[in-house]
Design a protein around this ligand. Structure first.
Ligand SMILES: [Zn+2]
Length: 178
């Protein structure tokens, strides 16, 4: 979904759009293969405010997704709800200027665009990539594998074992029982 800056009206411009399931899943898998789409599209409800040369992007993104916990492989459903509020700046305006060094895209609320074009889908992708945990896991309390490791760690401590070896010791334990 690409918009032309020249064609924006002064004031608020609404851009509701969806990223269809397969493309959305592609974005999720860029983070980790354990993520998947929940079978529905990712819905973005974005607005671009234009006041003379200043552009601001705001709106919400609803990304229904699921993942397998990296620890216990339990399959979970969830949804990522994002609120975006970014200032959009033309790249050309800053090229080679001292401000360019100070204003980088590491400032989460600044995004640059080239020429006359803003790719809204690319911005949503960026927001999703920034927000998702690199490795999905269920919460410590619900994760049987996390409890297992925690138990192993505490029993290692009582046995006088270096706690860093606890996961290995637990594994050894597991195999000797089988
Ligand atoms: Zn888990």
């Amino acid at each position: 979904v690409k918009i032309s800056v020249k064609e924006l009206n002064e004031g608020t411009n609404a851009f509701p759009f969806e990223i269809e399931t397969q493309r959305f899943e592609g974005i999720l898998r860029e983070v980790d293969d354990l993520y998947r789409a929940a079978g529905v599209a990712c819905a973005a409800d974005l607005y671009v405010d234009k006041v003379e040369d200043l552009l601001q992007l705001k709106g919400t993104v609803r990304a229904p997704l699921g993942f397998a916990c990296a620890r216990c492989l339990k399959d979970l459903d969830g949804a990522l709800d994002l609120e975006l509020r970014w200032t959009l700046l033309p790249k050309s305006h800053f090229e080679g200027s001292p401000e360019e060094q100070e204003l980088t895209e590491d400032d989460l609320d600044v995004s640059f665009f080239e020429e006359d074009e803003i790719d809204l889908e690319a911005l949503v992708r960026e927001a999703i990539l920034l927000e998702l945990e690199p490795i999905p896991r269920c919460s410590i309390d619900d994760c049987p594998e996390a409890r297992y490791l925690a138990d192993a760690q505490s029993s290692a401590l009582t046995n006088g074992l270096d706690p860093r070896w606890a996961p290995l010791a637990a594994l050894k334990d597991k195999f000797s029982k089988e």
